[in-house]
Write a protein that binds this ligand. Structure first.
Ligand code: DGL
Length: 270
């Protein structure tokens, strides 16, 4: 058991993803803990994680979170990325001294929601092949059909959308067609958005898949987990929320309006 006592009430919560995807998690954390200072770290120099090897992702995430923890002294770190969490959550927990919350595919709630018993799962190539996902399926959806589809191109489309660019609907159509084309895919009534970028495209995905299909992602559940882990802690926000990027400030600055909508008015290079 970790000691949850916090001596500095202004200590932040750190959230990490490759690009803007983790903002879907940050939005829920902000709602649940409005007084917490949040630091959003975008590994723009490492995007995408979804096509990297397990070893590359694990080394990168553990290294970055270690260095960021030293610099920002967070009370808790959240890996706001399904790919990194399903690959490296255990390893990161071993190297960091603080609690680490991961983002893993919302298969459990999806299994409770489906009426047809057929669930679609959209994730990165890295996520859908993980044993972590096999275990979630075995534990919570063994009596359901789970159709896993890798849709890595949706990551770029979500990044573009948040920078004010048009959404390439052909990418959305391809992802939906892959779900429907799979054996039993016509019966899908619930889709797990197993990449934190994908809820940013929920309206487009819903428009293309149509019908009564419902979507589920893990963000609200993660926020509740963070609330639980910090329940006896004091929060005092002495500084503004901050976003940091491992890439250039130029490519990040056009996100300023979006970040500001998420309560982040300061941007730095990590
Ligand atoms: N947002 C990340 C996830 O949840 C993946 C994006 C990437 O491939 O870098 O898996």
């Amino acid at each position: 058991m970790r000691d949850t006592a916090i001596s500095d009430p202004s200590a932040p919560i750190l959230l990490l993803d490759t690009g803007v995807g983790g903002l879907t998690v940050l939005a829920e954390v902000r709602k649940a803990l409005p007084d917490a200072r949040l630091i959003y770290a975008a590994d723009m120099a490492g995007i995408p994680y979804g096509t990297k090897t397990e070893a590359e992702v694990a080394a990168r995430v553990a290294g970055l979170l270690g260095r960021m923890s030293e610099r920002y002294k967070p009370r808790l770190a959240c890996i706001a990325c399904n790919t990194a969490s399903t690959i490296a959550l255990g390893m990161v927990r071993e190297v960091l001294e603080i609690p680490v919350v991961g983002t893993v595919p919302a298969i459990k709630p999806a299994a409770a929601m489906t009426q047809t018993g057929t669930i679609g799962l959209l994730g990165t190539a890295g996520t859908i092949r993980q044993a972590y996902v096999d275990n979630l399926e075995a534990d919570f959806a063994s009596d359901k059909r789970l159709i896993r589809v890798a849709a890595p191109d949706l990551v770029n489309v979500a990044e573009a959308k948040l920078r004010g660019r048009a959404v390439d609907m052909s990418v959305i159509e391809r992802a939906v067609a892959a779900l429907r084309r799979a054996d039993g895919g016509a019966d899908i009534d619930t889709v797990v958005l197993a990449c934190t970028h994908f809820p940013l495209l929920k309206s487009e995905l819903a428009e293309v898949i149509g019908g009564e299909v419902q979507f589920i992602d893990g963000a609200a559940g993660i926020a509740q987990r963070i609330v639980h882990l910090t329940k006896n802690q004091e929060f005092r926000k002495l500084n503004n929320n901050l976003a940091v990027t491992t890439g250039t400030l130029d490519e990040f600055e056009n996100l300023a309006p979006v970040l500001s909508n998420h309560g982040i008015d300061q941007i730095d290079r990590f």
